[in-house]
Write a protein that binds this ligand. Sequence first.
Ligand SMILES: Cc1ncc(COP(=O)(O)O)c(C=O)c1O
Length: 429
Amino acid sequence: MVRNLPDRAQRRTSPRRRLRRRGRDATPTITLSMHLSRRSLLRASTAAALLSATGRQSAAAGLVGRAKDELPTPALVVDLDQLEGNITRLASHAKSAGIALRPHAKTHKCAAIARLQMAAGALGVCVATLREAEAMAEGGVGGLLLTSEMVGGVKIRRLVELTRRRPDTMSVVDDPGHAAELSAAARAAGLTLNVLIDIDPGSRRTGIAPGEKAADLARRITALPGLRLRGIHCYSGSSAHVTGFEQRRAHSEKAMAPAIATFLELRREGLPMEILSGGSTGTYNIDPAFGAMTELQAGSYVFMDVDYRRIGGKSGAVYEDFAPSLAVIATVISRPERNRATIDAGLKAFATDRKFGPEPKDLAGATFSWGGDEHGILDLAKASREPRLGDRLEFIVPHCDPTVNLHDHIHALRGDRVEAVWPVARGYG
Ligand SMILES: Cc1ncc(COP(=O)(O)O)c(C=O)c1O
């Protein structure tokens, strides 16, 4: 029908304007969409995504200066005094232990926090994904070390572009074929890619075996144009959460010894071994004593979580070297029984990869169980008090890194005020 054809003016308007018009007039979305070409539909949906992202950003900015009780729940929050305390504590420990810091930004995915770590003396930050790396670079943070192998044309192209902007970027390699691909990409782009050899500490996640295999890869890399070998990366994730300080120390020592021996041997051979990077929040006060590691890549220490608090410290059953600065605020939305309170935070607000759930900060004796996507259930039979409908409760998260990845923003609190709202570089895109 003629009246269904788009008129010329409508064809000429931009997708953004069309979307605005769609918001104003009563024309149902479906009528307009039917007459858009596939390309303009794609453009329109991109514009819609941008508008909604911008909308979320400005809504978030509107929260700055408000009381924390005004945050819509569930809200991911960080206590700035505790966060800054954690950053200072690790920085001064590293300084006195004579080791550099390149903290892992996979924990917070947030350039503002990385800048605080840099201001406290970090050399740069480690990142796990290109999304994190690009967000750090955009936020003015350099000294990036990608601790996962950037394999495949798509990732290598992004790594090259990142290195163009930040020439000191480093990434890891555990395979000669991958090294050759990186070398070819670097030569084609006319730049140098900095690499570390990724050694497997026995976790069997990534990494080449220490000893002769790693040495052979190191020698090959030094012969490849476009690559600059900087040293060794060896992260023993399985040491990080070993319960008990002595057991953790013994585990880390055993895991790191072969990589350390390889590092020292390659140094003796005259290969460029400036960096031996590894370590975690669980081993920050263990690994420097091994004598050979040049930098620590602890991540969770900025926030802490239930998982880490359970491993035990040097002198107690709770690991309290760093304060639990991160929390999710949730609201009690149902209170049908005396011993039960249901909150508005469930599987989509907290990471679910651990056997345990979040821990309420100010409600001793209450136990949490999952109630669904948007629901958490508190058993109050042994609780120290009885929360009321509408009460807002704060929870230490079970595992900080994947919890942060569920949220668009971290709300930074100074006392009870929102001082800043920081975007999280979540996802992969
Ligand atoms: C490669 C690598 N380095 C460092 C870390 C930081 O460890 P943590 O958060 O336990 O301090 C991680 C965490 O998963 C990691 O994967």
